[in-house]
Design a protein around this ligand. Structure first.
Ligand code: URA
Length: 209
């Protein structure tokens, strides 16, 4: 899969294993997701362009690299996306944030949008859409569709775990959007859960059921 990067750093894999374990606490799950978000953020922003700025150190003036272009946008698919979002904002605190409320109807597994709020200008910004689980890909496809309708033209999708079915469907729908994930699991089950997965990311993050 050409447009998919599996970020298989040993620290990410180790932390992901603890997250998968059903005995891991809510607090532990949330903390680990934030930590993995730091490591994934590092990778998904690796090729950002830099420009030189003139600054003064306490010793002398110098030309120093700084991020080029408009501020990044992180687009979180609610609610589980917020777990990744927090870690991303730790690393890029000046990023703008979009929130997209989409839930999957448990019967049809189809996405239903209930909230959308994004910065007014999305064109010419890099937009990183975050959701821990790329399962059926219905929500991810709908979120990217929505952002493109609002002018987004430079997007990436970042998740923690993906199902092969989700990756295939997403990349077919949005071949221009690179996908970054920490792992691609075995398959999706009939209820739309990733197997072996980690369960419902939102429930595990917030202690709901
Ligand atoms: N969403 C989740 O939280 N978990 C899955 O396994 C699939 C979708």
């Amino acid at each position: 899969m050409s447009n998919v990067t599996v970020v298989d750093h040993p620290l990410i894999q180790h932390k992901l294993t603890i997250m998968r374990n059903k005995e891991t606490s809510t607090a532990g799950f949330r903390r680990l997701l934030r930590e993995i978000a730091h490591l994934l953020c590092y990778e998904v922003t690796r090729d950002l362009e830099l420009e030189q700025a003139t600054i003064e150190t306490p010793i002398q003036e110098m030309q120093a690299p700084t991020l080029k272009g408009k501020k990044l946008v992180f687009a979180s698919i609610l609610r589980a996306g917020n777990g990744l979002l927090e870690g991303m904002l730790d690393l890029v605190p000046a990023a703008r944030v979009a929130h997209i409320g989409i839930y999957r109807d448990h019967e049809t597994l189809q996405p239903v949008e209930y909230y959308f709020k994004a910065p007014s200008s999305l064109d010419d910004r890099l937009i990183i859409v975050v959701d821990p689980m790329l399962a059926t890909a219905n929500s991810a496809i709908a979120a990217v569709d929505r952002l493109k309708r609002r002018g987004a033209n430079n997007l990436r999708f970042l998740c923690l775990l993906a199902a092969p079915e989700g990756v295939e469907k997403f990349t077919a729908a949005h071949p221009d959007v690179p996908v970054f994930t920490a792992a691609i699991d075995d398959h999706l089950n009939e209820k739309g859960y990733i197997v072996p997965g980690l369960g419902d990311a939102g429930d595990r993050m917030y202690g709901t059921k």
